[in-house]
Design a protein around this ligand. Structure first.
Ligand code: NI
Ligand code: MN
Length: 225
């Protein structure tokens, strides 16, 4: 499994020869100017919730690639009305895709499209694929529901928001890491706008002091699991 950071909460996940994009928000991110949205590969696009900083480039990429969009029922209805292909899910449900199993899990946040249209309830994803399991929390507060995750999945990595203000900050992300029983954390949802700027070294040090590893990738950088 190869994970590439495209800035903010956008990731590419490659499992064997299948390309999955998560929450593509690239053309609206000044920090991601070196990423060309027209060359990104996508067989599937996973969308955690409807906010613009997670959906801005979904339509463009899905139209070009024919990718199947995977999200909650309301978000998939929205994209199917635009003629795009989607797979609707809802909280607590799992589905076996060609690349592995995806479970849509709870998140505490909101989920409206930029025009105010209802975007269902926000969520996160657990992907079990190629003997590696990851948790993509989406935008969320710290929630006791995270304690449910290790009851069904042993995680190899978790992608957690750490920018504070709109989501968990560093302190709550460290507690989340305990709740999900995973000490290998990839940070997201920081530095993109003024409200969520963080001190990288301080954030890494705080995780390190709890015997945890916080990875902060450069935009375009990848990790292999
Ligand atoms: Ni959001
Ligand atoms: Mn967001």
């Amino acid at each position: 499994m190869k994970i590439t950071f495209y800035g903010h909460a956008s990731f590419g996940i490659q499992i064997k020869d299948i390309h999955i994009l998560v929450d593509p928000f690239i053309t609206g991110n000044d920090n991601a100017k070196n990423i060309d949205v027209n060359t990104l590969k996508a067989d599937y696009i996973l969308v955690t919730h409807a906010h613009e900083d997670h959906t801005l480039d979904v339509e463009t990429i899905a139209k070009r690639t024919g990718a199947v969009i995977v999200s909650n029922y309301e978000i998939i209805n929205h994209y199917q009305d635009l003629g795009l292909e989607g797979h609707p899910m809802n909280h607590g449900g799992s589905w076996d895709f060609e690349f592995g199993t995806v479970k849509y899990v709870n998140a505490i946040h909101t989920s409206s499209f930029p025009d105010g249209k209802y975007g269902g309830q926000p969520g996160g994803f657990i992907i079990e694929g190629e003997h590696k399991n990851i948790y993509i929390a989406g935008d969320t507060a710290l929630t006791m529901d995270m304690k449910l995750i290790p009851l069904h999945t042993v995680l190899d990595l978790a992608i957690l928001p750490i920018g504070d203000n709109f989501t968990m900050g560093i302190g709550d992300a460290i507690i989340a890491s305990d709740f999900i029983n995973c000490n290998k954390i990839l940070g997201c949802h920081y530095d993109t706008f003024g409200y969520i700027e963080i001190d990288h070294e301080e954030a890494k040090r705080k995780f390190f002091e709890k015997d945890k590893d916080l990875m902060l990738l450069e935009i375009g950088e990848s990790v292999e699991l």
